[in-house]
Design a protein around this ligand. Structure first.
Ligand code: 5GP
Length: 190
């Protein structure tokens, strides 16, 4: 998606070799018109497939998921990161390793908000090692819902996550795929 690639090139920053900072427009300060175009594009890619719920993970995915959900006219559920199971009633639970914080935590979704009747679109800002997305996939698997696919804003094409998730049978659409982060420069896949 040209608009997102342009934002990455002009407003993104490469840090510490393989970390791309996009906090000027995507996951700290949020460029709502840009994210609205992202939501529209996810809708174009996944419309007509019976999506009735969007699932993401806190915190960075939530805003993107909400704007996307307005195009689909469906609710958003976000997986909560938690150390305690401090939520009413039974939950689905899986483990995620944080790329940014280098630690493992539980993520949970209440069983009230996901079940076998649901057709789920997964949304997240980044796909790198795949831990966050695989954690969401595990929650959906426990619920008996169907995964329609995943919509990712930025995929690090040089990392393992994209292959892991696609090999697990989940359809992934990434709006910007980075082939290389090199000397502070971003090079996109063709
Ligand atoms: P994964 O679980 O696929 O390794 O990483 C996905 C999560 O890590 C995303 O939800 C995102 O928040 C974070 N992440 C991974 N790589 C980057 C990066 O280069 N920059 C930023 N800002 N976040 C990243």
């Amino acid at each position: 998606m040209k608009l997102l690639e342009d934002a990455i090139l002009t407003r993104g920053r490469v840090k510490d070799g393989d970390v791309l900072k996009v906090d000027a427009f995507l996951n700290h300060q949020m460029d709502v018109p840009l994210i609205n175009e992202i939501g529209k594009e996810f809708y174009r890619l996944y419309q007509g497939q019976g999506v009735n719920k969007i699932l993401t993970i806190e915190a960075s995915g939530i805003g993107i998921a909400c704007i996307t959900a307005q195009h689909f006219g469906v609710p958003v559920v976000f997986a909560k990161k938690t150390q305690s199971r401090n939520i009413d009633g039974p939950v689905y639970t899986s483990k995620v390793t944080s790329f940014t914080h280098q630690r493992e935590y539980d993520v949970i979704v209440s069983q009230s908000f996901l079940g076998p009747e649901d057709r789920v679109l997964l949304i997240d800002d980044f796909l790198a090692k795949g831990s966050a997305l695989l954690g969401l996939i595990e929650l959906v698997r426990q619920s008996g819902a169907t995964i329609v696919g995943a919509g990712i804003c930025i995929e690090k094409g040089f990392d393992v996550g994209g292959k892991l998730v696609r090999d697990s049978g989940v359809h992934v659409e990434s709006l910007a795929i980075i082939r290389e982060l090199h000397d502070g420069k971003v090079i996109f896949a063709d």
